[in-house]
Write a protein that binds this ligand. Structure first.
Ligand code: MV4
Length: 459
């Protein structure tokens, strides 16, 4: 059993990981940048070591400093959280070389699934449906044209090294395809140092459904149901829920089985997420896998009763999963609202600054994951997530009502937040019906713009 873990992250996820460690009797070592001296994760950890300047490249991304801290702090394992080094194969390998356990998948799994084109090929091999498209990467323009005509326009070009919406280009005809192909390759080379791209049929406003999975080192694997992450703006998720209002029990079973097949095909270890797109005819397609704990993991915890961080730690210690698929019971409904230090009135611009007053909600069915407190200064150097509000109810109606009630008693002064936006979503008739897709936010915001602006936009 681990006695001491280093948390290579900051903000709410560092706090989240420390909480589970405390419950397991594991000591914690926090690392922090000079911008995070007053952060709650530094206060809550048993020990904390400063690893550098505010810029992530000079602190949270510095593998050698984190490994030095691990050495000094005498930890047996490192939890990377999400973002930063969580999906960095070199870091996982460096941990191995230092004889420190990386709490996550093996470097091989990270590489295999980190390459989206390879992940797609693996899904095909496992018999999991993928969007019609190219077999592997495309390097030749003629081949790109041939495939696009075969699967029919519109098509989407994606970077193999991309993910989460980065490095994608849509094309509606031969001319735009050639441009999209060249631009996508150039951008991929510049952004990821890998020009590899592949082609898929472009689905218009699909739903984004992801399955939470766990695999252990002994071949054990389960899925913990799905999350609907369709409420997003420019690839930034804003609201997630579990289960998805779009899935029948029968479709859930089929998608869950497909997710598990993929996990078992590669013998995946640790927590992971299998992402699917669901089209208007309820056909589902695998698009990518995330090899980390995700921001929205608490909605899955709420409906399954499983502590996903605890399971990650147990798995990393070599323990078997303590339960099988039959034992996974989905109960009730959970909704997560991301509270960001952003101005929803002004294109969701980040608005870091001092929180003059902080009064988060509580009561039945309410969970808050946050690193904030009265007087906390949100630094400008990191993502703008300041809290996650997760509300749980016996059914979806109850979860929506609890979310609205909790949003109404959530007081933040000093900086604008996405709380009013979340409120607008909870009151939207289509959201209330569960009738939404990845085009929802755009439609909602169009309707909320000042009528004059709306006229101009139509113009
Ligand atoms: C797509 C797609 C339509 N067709 N692939 C965006 C993030 C990345 N994970 C995959 N993404 C998409 N892939 C095909 N073949 C539309 C999107 C997409 C999207 C996906 C999930 C959630 C929000 C989205 C917003 C815009 C586009």
């Amino acid at each position: 059993m681990f006695e001491r873990i280093l948390i290579a992250n900051r903000g709410e996820i560092a706090v989240r990981i420390i909480r589970t460690c405390k419950e397991l009797g594991i000591e914690t070592l926090a690392v922090y940048s000079t911008a995070d001296v007053d952060s709650l994760h530094v206060q809550l950890a048993d020990q904390a070591i400063c690893i550098g300047n505010p810029s992530p490249a000079e602190s949270y991304l510095m593998m050698d400093r984190i490994l030095s801290a691990a050495e000094v702090g005498d930890v047996e394992a490192i939890h990377p959280g999400y973002g930063f080094l969580a999906e960095n194969q070199q870091f996982a390998e460096a941990c191995e070389r230092c004889n420190i356990r990386f709490i996550g998948p093996t470097p091989d799994h990270m590489r295999l699934m980190g390459d989206k084109s390879e992940a797609r090929a693996t899904a095909v091999k496992a018999g999991v449906p993928v969007v019609p498209g190219s077999e592997g990467e495309i390097t030749d323009e003629k081949e790109a044209l041939r495939i696009a005509r075969e699967i029919e326009y519109p098509v989407i070009i994606k970077a193999s090294a991309g993910g989460g919406g980065r490095g994608m280009r849509v094309a509606h005809n031969d001319a735009s395809l050639l441009l999209a192909f060249r631009t996508a390759r150039r951008e991929a080379e510049q952004s990821f140092g890998n020009a590899g791209v592949y082609i898929e049929k472009y689905l218009e406003n699909p739903r984004h459904i992801e399955f939470q999975i766990l695999g252990d080192m002994h071949g054990g694997a389960v899925h913990l149901g799905e999350r609907d992450c369709s409420i997003q703006r420019r690839h930034q998720k804003l609201i997630e829920e579990a289960p998805s209002p779009a899935l029948s029990p029968e479709l859930r079973k089929r998608m869950g089985r497909a997710a598990l097949k993929l996990v078992q095909e590669v013998g995946y270890v640790s927590a992971g997420t299998i992402e699917f797109l669901l089209d208007a005819s309820n056909r589902f397609y695998f698009i990518e896998m995330n090899t980390r704990i995700q921001v929205e993991h608490p909605v899955t915890e709420a409906i399954t009763g499983v502590d996903l961080i605890r399971e990650q730690i147990r798995i990393a210690q070599g323990q078997k999963l303590g339960f099988d698929q039959r034992a996974v019971q989905i109960r009730g409904h959970a909704i997560e609202c991301r509270v960001n230090a952003e101005d929803p009135q002004n294109k969701f611009m980040p608005r870091p600054g001092r929180i003059d007053f902080w009064a988060p909600p509580g009561g039945r069915g309410v969970r808050i994951d946050s690193h904030c407190y009265n007087g906390y200064k949100v630094p400008p150097n990191y993502d703008s997530l300041i809290a996650k509000l997760i509300c749980f109810g016996d059914d979806r109606t109850e979860a929506v009502r609890t979310t609205l009630r909790a949003l109404d008693e959530f007081f933040v002064e000093g900086i604008p937040t996405t709380i009013p936006f979340a409120r607008a979503v909870m009151c939207d008739p289509n959201f209330i019906k569960g009738n939404y897709d990845t085009g929802f936010v755009e439609t909602l915001l169009r309707g909320q713009l000042d009528p004059v602006v709306r006229e101009e936009k139509r113009g």
